[in-house]
Design a protein. Structure first.
Lengths: 315, 311
């Protein structure tokens, strides 16, 4: 290139061959280079490229695997009491040490974790099902149904959450059912409001109008259009609320309203460990570590999901 | 505006009435009998006298009407079943201030530190300061407050003996509970302030301000900070309402004689009247603060007033 500029005489060497027409036959400018992606494949692609979100997913899978495989590996029973093995610090036999009754802490954390996650999932499921149904009803029916439901939601939103949970679990006794009931009974309001808002918005979209014009009935519109389009925001809420419920359960266990012994949960283990903190800090440390890792995993996944689902970030 | 306030008040009274009624019947139907535990060893007659004193010889509905009549006409929440002579009103009078104090101090720390960190983090986007702040925020959100409180107790109070482990009354007693209480709030205020600042930074009027030749400090102070604050201010309202109910665990862990402490205690003691009374009082505080916040919003932001008025 440089030489050309320096020696203008050499330009004469450019032959006509160099200026032949190429034509468009061999080119593939019109071809679709990438196979077309569905909405969820696209979301997954963007989620996958988010390193932190993948880290969260791996952490969560690791925790869940540990909860189910852990007791088999340690070969201990979570209820087995051995007075001669009280308050051991972590060692090769008892990986996380033992508690004040000589029970293996590692096994207890695995078994308790199952209950913590189970409670988180159940509460979220109840919250989601009730919230989505009520919200959809309000959004679709409109009129006085909508008014009534929104008034009711306002009423529930005016109640202090923690107090309601405490009163209900006090009244209903300490069982898994009452725990789930107390924690999810007021929490669906947020989901209902959100779903209603989404549906009101989507209902006016052109593609819904088009579907109506083409003769689709309400059921088809709900299943084909409203549901898939509200799914995204609902999924983010779900990932964010599971750790919230695990937190609430930990709180209830802490004030003595959580799961009933001999069953245990991370919250119950942490609150037991808290009483031994001054002398055996490991009894608090390990349950808390598990809570923190699980929270972190859900938060990272939730953040990744909301980024992946955000229409502003989509290209 | 008056109509809006009136409507809001009417709703609040209705809400409170429903809460009081529901609480009364729910707790009345709760398993466990506090009186039986108390009078177990006493002679028959004494048992009857005590039952009559608390009205347990009457059916629930009659008790409910007596309770509501007392509550509405004289504001009397009744007497503790477990601690004879201690009325719920005494507990409320003596301990509400403590809860309010610790909640308010914590809230101030949350807001001030959160806003400062969020602003700094957003202005230094992509730099080490930003990364460190974001990492700390995620960590703080993932740690339950009682874990953080235990950690503080263990390190600061037990290992290094800088502050007392628990107790109440002096300034040094505030350090641990306020820190433990504030940490979660600091994290979320930082998070929201950061994203709010980032969205303000990319607005056209910031470019205009820079183009006009504003100094960096002036742009941050007058243009970015003020506008980024708006969404944060709307968050502070509900937080104010939640002050009293937010500190259950902290009060219990640090043995702070606040409302939450007594509430948790009443729950574990199965102290019938105390639970009902404190629940109603908590609801009263909560609903009351929500109204105050709503009215303040109406005054601050005329758009909200119009929207609510039309509804």
């Amino acid at each position: 290139m440089n030489e050309n500029l320096m020696n203008p005489l050499e330009e004469a060497a450019l032959s006509d061959e160099l200026f032949e027409r190429v034509g468009t036959e061999g080119l593939s400018g019109e071809d679709i280079g990438h196979k077309s992606l569905t909405y969820w494949a696209d979301v997954w692609r963007r989620f996958r490229s988010n390193k932190m979100a993948i880290l969260g997913l791996i952490l969560l899978i690791a925790v869940v695997v540990m909860l189910f495989v852990g007791p088999m590996l340690s070969g201990k029973d979570y209820q087995f009491i051995d007075a001669s093995l009280k308050n051991l610090t972590p060692n090769s036999e008892y990986w996380f040490g033992t508690d004040d009754m000589g029970r293996d802490l590692f096994t207890r954390i695995c078994v308790g974790g199952r209950i913590s996650i189970y409670i988180g999932l159940c509460c979220t499921l109840v919250m989601f099902v009730i919230g989505a149904l009520v919200g959809a009803l309000a959004g679709l029916k409109g009129g006085w149904v909508d008014d009534l439901i929104m008034r009711f939601c306002e009423f529930i939103g005016n109640l202090p959450y923690l107090i309601i949970v405490v009163i209900l679990s006090l009244v209903m006794g300490r069982s898994m059912f009452s725990l789930v009931f107390a924690m999810s009974i007021t929490s669906w309001v947020g989901t209902a409001r959100m779903v209603r808002g989404q549906i009101l918005q989507i209902k006016e979209m052109d593609y819904v109008q088009a579907a109506k014009a083409l003769g689709a009935d309400t059921n088809r519109i709900i299943i084909k259009h409203l549901l898939p389009n509200t799914m995204g925001i609902i999924m983010v809420t779900i990932t964010m609320s599971i750790p919230g419920f695990i937190f609430s359960e930990a709180f209830l266990s802490y004030i003595g309203l959580g799961v009933r012994p001999p069953e245990t949960s991370w919250g119950a283990l942490a609150s037991a460990g808290q009483q031994q903190l001054m002398f055996y800090p490991h009894q608090l440390f390990f349950p808390c570590l598990m809570i923190v890792i699980t929270m972190l995993a859900f938060h990272l996944i939730g953040d990744g999901l909301s980024d992946a689902l955000d229409p502003k970030l989509r290209q | 505006m008056l109509k809006f306030i009136g409507k809001r008040l009417a709703y609040a009274v209705l809400t409170l009435f429903l809460i009081a009624t529901a609480t009364f019947f729910l707790v009345a139907g709760a398993p466990g009998d506090p009186i039986a535990a108390k009078v177990g060893q006493m002679p028959e007659q004494a048992q009857q006298i005590i039952n009559a004193k608390y009205g347990f010889d009457k059916p629930v509905v009659v008790r409910y009407f007596i309770y509501m009549k007392n509550l509405i006409t004289t504001g009397d929440f009744g007497e503790s079943v477990i601690y004879t002579g201690k009325s719920v009103n005494d507990v409320i009078k003596e301990n509400t201030g403590v809860s309010a104090k610790i909640g308010l101090v914590a809230l101030v720390f949350q807001v001030v530190i959160g806003i400062a960190l969020g602003l700094v983090s957003a202005l230094n986007r992509g730099k080490p300061v930003d990364h460190i702040t974001r990492f700390m925020v995620v960590l703080a959100i993932c740690v339950p407050s009682f874990v953080f409180a235990s950690l503080l107790q263990y390190l600061l109070a037990f290992k290094w003996k800088l502050v007392p482990i628990f107790g109440w009354g002096q300034l040094k007693h505030y350090v641990l509970p306020v820190a433990a209480y504030a940490i979660g709030g600091i994290a979320s205020y930082t998070k929201y302030m950061r994203s709010s600042t980032l969205s303000v930074i990319s607005e056209d009027y910031i470019i205009t301000a820079k183009a006009k030749g504003c100094t960096k400090g002036r742009v941050v102070r007058k243009h970015i900070f003020r506008n980024a604050m708006l969404p944060i201010v709307t968050m502070i309202g509900p937080a104010l309402a939640g002050i009293f109910a937010g500190s259950f665990i902290i009060e219990k862990m640090f043995s702070i004689p606040g409302l939450g402490f007594y509430y948790v205690k009443a729950v574990s003691d199965n102290d019938y009247t105390m639970i009902i009374g404190l629940t109603i009082f908590f609801a009263l505080l909560y609903v009351g603060s929500l109204i105050v916040v709503d009215i303040l919003y109406g005054i601050v932001d005329p758009r909200i007033r119009v929207a609510k008025g039309q509804k």
